[in-house]
Ligand binder design. Structure first.
Ligand code: FES
Length: 643
């Protein structure tokens, strides 16, 4: 028997399962950014000792056994003595009460994926047609389907329509219920996928963006293009691993991992469909069309296709082209005969989400050179214009998502999301998610950690304030009560203990700065290599796509050197462009075709095999860069140099 506290969930667990596996089975909330591989150090829990009358069990440390090296790596001797263990690297062999400290709880991620206002031309795949039929008589006893086909041909010039079999089964009743007046839903001018009695002109479709961390759904009126409801949630697969690689390894590990993750996402998408429909005052089965984007791994798991080969060179996906699959075959509970349109994928890690960005931003229709950066757990880049387009992806690591950062966390309430450092005094002003005030304006700011956008700001502000140098090293000559050492390594206090709810200060340490340098260096190097391929030395516009891109500070991103120099007024955040791409594909079949063509036209650059990648990357580790010029940042950087 295992009991998790403070949430109180409990249940019987098979001998030899890890504490993390037990938490997943029982629905307890434990952070597992690395998917249980013992790398992230976020799943720290404490085994309670003693008899718990409420549960009728005696919990003791002998009930668990440590495996692997993560326990020694992430826990001090004192913590081990206090019965702290890493949940993913500790097996259960007996009754235990497990306490999950606040910092090891996932918390509810704030899902920031609102639909952006875009002008989308309407040409949906599913259209509704109202027809009045002649009643059958003994002299004209044509079949009901043939009667409908003839009516559609006569009034709307629709010919050679087929019908989905389940619709045929109920056709006779519907025709009579509607007194021979019916509304027919036709998919792609080819197939009858619904028949309703009477005149029912409204039609709805759902566009879904399956991100590694969040899933967002946009319910649209197919007759007006309007978004009538949105709903989003954390990707339920997060429990099986935070990033794409940990999901792939979870699927590959066997034990039904793929099935588990597929079920989780299908259930999640159904929930989104249900909630959005309820909000719009319709039934889930009124949703008659569906378009979906996701990175290659999310795409495969959604389709219940083994993602194993995505994780191995040459990273080939199972399919490149777009797909139309019956919703019922995937377990998606909308109108049973509806199709799910899955957007095409480009290459390896550049998936349908990137194609979504592509058709939303249309760099292929522009003269200016665009750099589109989609920052997520994986960084994706598109560069070029109407003449040529390149794409690449780079492993930024999970630093921007708050993982592998000493006090990093996801964008959940209590996460420091914005901060400023006074260059003269070194004092820090910050804001946390869920509180509109700065820490200097209120008493109980209750910070729990620092999330991606806060990490960006922290690195940029520490650099501008001279706390770290160009190479990312802490300035040892700096005199500041906020500069301290932990085990010999320097760290800077962002939130004082009394400003947090986790019982300690929130700091940025040397290792955190290195993680940010590695992540931003990879993005910058990717952009540089693509520029070289295109034979250009400047970019005209930078587009920050992705929910995260909307929340980072543009100046901080420029100061740390996330991308090569660009005029600040030409750096835009466009929100969730991948989700917008799904919506565009839902509402316009020409854009579906365009997506198929463009996905094939974009040339994929595999950065890891570029001979220059290492040297370009090493030079890109500096803030903002070892030797590149940043004329547009000059004033800010010059002030910094004078100090
Ligand atoms: S170290 Fe346990 S989940 Fe990452």
């Amino acid at each position: 028997m295992v009991v998790f506290q403070p949430c109180g969930v409990r249940g019987k667990i098979e001998d030899g399962a890890t504490i993390l596996e037990a938490s997943q089975q029982l629905g307890a909330d434990i952070e597992s950014i690395c998917g249980g591989k013992g790398n992230c150090g976020k799943c720290r829990v404490r085994i309670e000792r003693g008899y718990f009358a409420k549960y009728g069990i005696r919990s003791k440390i002998a009930s668990v056994a440590m495996i692997g090296e993560a326990n020694e790596k992430f826990l001090s001797k004192a913590q081990l003595k206090q019965n702290y263990r890493m949940a993913c690297q500790t097996l259960i062999h007996g009754d235990a009460v497990v306490f999950v400290p606040e910092e090891s709880r996932q918390g509810r991620q704030v899902v920031r994926k609102e639909a952006t206002l875009r002008d989308i031309k309407l040409k949906p795949a599913v259209k509704k047609y109202f027809i009045e039929l002649k009643k059958p008589t003994l002299h004209n006893n044509l079949g009901d389907l043939e009667r409908i086909q003839a009516g559609l041909a006569e009034k709307y010039k629709l010919r050679n329509l087929t019908i989905d079999y389940p619709i045929l089964q109920n056709l006779q009743n519907i025709a009579r219920d509607g007194d021979w007046k019916v509304t027919v839903s036709v998919w792609n001018k080819k197939e009858i996928i619904d028949i309703e009695p009477g005149n029912a002109p409204k039609a709805y479709g759902l566009a879904v963006d399956i991100g590694t961390t969040t899933v967002a759904g946009y319910l649209c009126d197919l007759t007006t293009g309007e978004v009538v409801a949105t709903n989003s949630m954390m990707n339920p697969q997060v429990a099986y691993g935070e990033d794409v690689m940990s999901r792939i390894s979870y699927a590959v590990k066997g034990k039904g991992g793929l099935k588990q993750m597929n079920r989780a996402i299908i259930k999640g998408v159904n929930q989104i469909a249900g909630r959005a429909a309820a909000r719009a005052g319709i039934k889930r089965t009124d949703i008659i069309d569906f378009a979906v984007v996701g990175n290659t791994c999310m795409h495969h798991i959604f389709l219940n296709i083994d993602p194993e080969y995505l994780g191995r060179t040459p990273f080939s996906p199972s399919v490149h082209h777009s797909l139309n699959i019956k919703a019922r075959d995937l377990g998606i509970k909308i109108a049973p005969s509806a199709y799910v349109h899955v957007l095409p994928i480009e290459a390896g890690f550049v998936g349908a989400d990137n194609v979504g960005v592509l058709i939303a931003e249309e760099p292929y229709n522009q003269d200016e050179i665009l750099l589109i950066i989609d920052i997520g757990t994986n960084g994706e880049l598109i560069m070029g214009n109407r003449k040529k387009l390149l794409s690449s992806s780079c492993a930024t690591g999970p630093a921007f998502e708050g993982a592998e950062i000493k006090h990093g966390m996801r964008a959940a309430p209590g996460a420091i999301e914005k901060l400023k450092i006074d260059p003269k005094t070194g004092e820090v002003q910050f804001k946390v998610i869920g509180n509109e005030h700065w820490n200097t304006e209120v008493n109980n700011i209750s910070a729990r950690g620092i999330c991606g956008s806060g990490i960006f700001d922290a690195a940029a502000q520490m650099f501008l304030a001279g706390i770290i140098d160009k190479g990312g090293r802490f300035n040892s000559r700096l005199k500041s009560p906020r500069l301290q050492k932990d085990g010999g390594t320097p760290e800077y206090v962002i939130a004082r203990k009394e400003e947090t709810t986790v019982g300690h200060e929130i700091v940025i340490c040397q290792k955190d700065i290195r993680a940010i340098q590695l992540a931003k260096g990879a993005m910058y190097a990717g952009a540089r290599i693509m520029m070289k391929r295109l034979g250009i030395d400047k970019i005209d516009k930078v587009i920050l796509a992705g929910a995260f891109g909307s929340y980072i500070d543009k100046e901080s991103a420029a100061v740390i050197g996330l991308f090569p120099d660009c005029a600040p007024e030409n750096v835009y955040a466009v929100g969730n462009a991948a989700g917008d791409g799904a919506r565009i594909a839902l509402l316009n079949t020409d854009k579906r075709k365009e997506a198929d063509v463009m996905a094939r036209r974009v040339e994929y650059v595999e950065l890891t095999i570029e001979p220059e990648f290492n040297s370009t990357f090493t030079r890109a580790l500096s803030f903002p860069h070892a030797d590149d010029e940043f004329p547009h940042l000059k004033r800010i950087l010059n002030n910094r140099r004078k100090k």
